[in-house]
Design a protein around this ligand. Structure first.
Ligand code: DGJ
Length: 729
């Protein structure tokens, strides 16, 4: 009887009044809010993520029951019928956790508020602190946890996700990036169906080449670029990761994101904190492009290095001369890029190695001394040459690796990652091995690679940091026997430490993260880097696709996009110089070509295009991106545009992807402009001897540009157009 009365009272309480929680934890950015709720002695519940709400509206959220009331950080053990974010084994063999909310703290800084929710186990001295950093200059919230205990011996962490995010079940689609070497960042959009969708990485070193650690959820059916509600999630971790979306019940899709736990069981010693990487989430009702703009703003405000500094236009030597570096050719390339208006020259692979000269990929990694036979006047000579041509100088390194044919390996064979009693599997060149960055001595060495170069040649303005090897031989010569399973994690923590030290000492050095192409395209790696190499494939047609995908999460200022030779070295395609520039100009423009193979007409085009890029650089590098027609939608065209925050200037790009007679080309409808204002259209990159198209110099209202669109002549194969729009009234 008593039981019945109690039940009745609970039901009445739920139906008659709003559900009161002991804690309502509201985390807000300028336009979004995340709401958790908890009762004293109870677990943390997720209630809401979406448009910003005020504290006064919290009860309405609970009343309207839009709140999902799902576990916010489910732990394995006491309710082990569902997926969980954390699983541990205590020293006494107990495998359960029962985490209840103990307290909430808020810390404010200039641009963000961190809300920390402490959850404690009911029996064991084991704590999880969940932190939510809400930015006030972008609509991104970072979530991570600190795991800590004071048990008698180490606790084994078997799963340690950064966060869990419930998403109301419905016609929800996910967009994610998948690729491979030479074809990174291909976009897939698919509806979420019952079951578990797992996106993960097991490379060990470069985690951006195959699947990407970022997702977008379109909540209102098939993803649209400029409409609909979207939640984005980006895991900021350069190592192996796992994103799981579990659609198990009729109510919600549960996203779990964190370091990949496979082969990574972690023995957490008492009184030490295990900090998980950040999961950066965003919400918008402006479609996929809106979520991208949120990420781009957040990235430029501190998630990539130097996010507010305009980027130089460069020539990289790789596809021009590969390993055939010598003083004369460097001088000639510097002169040529300077003549075309470029601002920086980067000498790629092949410049180093004394005892073992680097003439191919079989040797020398680790020996970061100049090859005096190729470069008798050393780096200082090259810097003088760059100065003579009025440009800056940059250099390539691959500090995380060595070759068995190198002075470094002769001296420190114990520094490499390998299994003690097995013949190693070698990587590139048949001799490449990884250095064990879990070892502090190796961290010092990696730091010293940059530090020595910068100390000797402080005028080096740019470094391309390459990484061409996966973790093949699972075995650390540094970690103890019982902590071998920490290697995947400690490698990246070691890398982070080395990069951080470099950053503290050399804040103005521009650094590119390259992972044998796009392997390092991830926010875990990007904190210390200004930009990344999108792909080793520089074919302009394929780049339209790869750059489109990459722009979902990463800002154009960080995307290195180079004009290369025709026929293209990867695909053999013959592509006009205009198309190559029109594609490269949507990001950080550069060239990767031997300029002495370009004819005068091409050089003349390059000169003008580089001058034009300098004019539009602020709009491209700091503007808001609106993607318009997706190359993945198979409409045979693609287009995108960039707009200043004031909406007084824009740059629009259109490309033809296929070419045949009687092709149906859709009108190009823009987005993001001021509807009631007028813009003058100016065509850019018009080849010598050709006239701008009929749209040039026309004044059209934002409304017409966005609702009706432009009929753009794209008559030929590889046709493309760039328009600058300037607000006139
Ligand atoms: C792989 C990079 O992706 C290329 O751009 C180039 O730097 C080579 N490595 C050099 O070995």
């Amino acid at each position: 009887m008593m039981k019945k009365i109690f039940l009745l009272l609970v039901v009445l309480a739920i139906t008659l009044s709003s559900r009161a929680w002991d804690y309502d934890i509201l985390v807000s950015t300028p336009n979004t809010s995340l709401l958790f709720a908890a009762n004293k002695g109870g677990d943390l519940r997720f209630a809401y993520y979406g448009d910003r709400i005020t504290p006064g509206q919290i009860n309405q959220i609970h009343d309207a029951w839009v709140g999902l009331n799902r576990p916010a950080y489910p732990a394995f053990g006491m309710d082990c019928t569902r997926s969980y974010a954390i699983q541990v084994v205590h020293p006494d063999g107990n495998m359960t956790l029962n985490l209840v909310v103990e307290g909430v703290e808020e810390t404010k800084s200039e641009n963000a508020t961190v809300t920390s929710i402490t959850m404690k186990d009911k029996v064991y001295p084991f704590t999880v602190k969940m932190n939510c950093k809400a930015y006030q200059n972008s609509d991104v919230i970072e979530i991570w946890t600190g795991i800590f205990h004071t048990e008698k011996k180490a606790v084994t962490l078997k799963r340690f996700d950064s966060a869990c995010l419930p998403i109301r079940r419905g016609d929800v689609w996910i967009s994610h990036l998948h690729g491979t070497w030479l074809a990174e960042s291909s976009l897939t959009a698919e509806p979420l169906t019952p079951g578990m969708k797992v996106i993960h990485n097991t490379d060990g070193i470069r985690n951006g080449q195959l699947d990407h650690a970022e997702l977008m959820f379109s909540l209102d059916g098939k993803p649209r670029e400029n409409e609909g509600r979207v939640i984005g999630a980006a895991l900021c971790w350069s190592g192996n990761y796992k994103l799981r979306v579990d659609t198990q019940d009729n109510h919600s899709h549960m996203l779990f994101a964190g370091m990949n736990e496979e082969a990574s069981e972690y023995k957490l010693e008492p009184k030490t904190t295990f900090t998980t990487p950040k999961l950066a989430i965003t919400y918008t009702n402006e479609g996929l492009s809106g979520a991208s703009r949120n990420y781009h703003r957040w990235a430029r405000n501190g998630q990539i290095h130097g996010g507010n500094v305009p980027r130089d236009i460069l020539l990289n030597s790789w596809e021009g001369v590969y390993f055939d570096i010598n003083e004369e050719v460097m001088d000639q390339m510097m002169q040529d890029i300077a003549d075309m208006g470029g601002e920086l020259f980067v000498m790629d692979d092949g410049w180093f190695g004394d005892k073992y000269p680097r003439n191919n990929d079989h040797s020398s990694l680790g020996d970061w001394v100049v090859n005096r036979r190729k470069l008798p006047n050393g780096i200082e000579g090259l810097i003088t040459t760059a100065k003579k041509h009025g440009i800056k100088f940059g250099i390539w390194i691959e500090p995380e690796s060595t070759n068995t044919v190198s002075e470094l390996y002769d001296k420190h064979p114990d520094w490499v990652i390998r299994v003690p009693n097995r013949e190693p599997r070698y990587g590139r060149g048949g001799t490449q091995l990884l250095l064990d960055l879990s070892n502090p001595q190796v961290q010092d060495f990696v730091f010293s690679v940059v530090d020595d170069l910068m100390t000797r040649y402080p005028e080096i303005a740019y470094m391309k940091w390459d990484a061409n090897l996966s973790l093949l031989n699972y075995g650390s010569s540094y970690l103890p026997k019982d902590k071998q399973s920490h290697l995947y994690i400690e490698y990246h923590r070691g890398l982070e430490k080395a990069v951080q030290r470099i950053r503290e000492k050399y804040p103005n050095l521009v650094m590119q993260a390259c992972g044998g192409g796009g392997g390092r395209v991830n926010y875990g790696a990007m904190q210390g880097f200004d930009e990344f190499w999108v792909s080793d494939n520089t074919d302009a047609m394929q780049r339209i696709f790869m750059q489109w995908g990459t722009s979902y999460f990463f800002p154009p200022i960080a995307m290195a996009q180079h004009v290369s030779a025709s026929p293209n070295h990867q695909t053999g395609k013959i592509v006009p110089i205009k198309f190559r520039f029109d594609v490269a100009m949507t990001g950080r423009l550069g060239m990767e070509i031997q300029p002495n193979t370009m004819n005068e007409q091409e050089k003349q085009f390059a000169r003008k295009a580089i001058a034009t890029y300098k004019e539009i650089r602020p709009v491209i590098q700091f503007g808001d991106l609106y993607r318009l027609i997706s190359p993945f939608d198979k409409k045979e065209v693609a287009s995108l545009m960039y707009i200043t925050p004031e909406k007084d200037r824009a740059v629009f790009f259109a490309y033809k992807l296929d070419h045949y007679m009687n092709q149906l080309i859709p009108p190009f409808r823009m987005a993001g402009l001021k509807e009631d204002r007028f813009y003058r259209i100016k065509e850019l990159n018009v080849p010598e001897g050709e006239k701008p198209c009929q749209l040039h110099d026309k004044i059209v209202s934002g409304k017409i540009l966005m609702n009706v669109g432009l009929e753009i002549p794209l008559g030929k194969e590889y046709a493309s157009r760039i328009f600058e729009l300037n607000l006139v009234r």
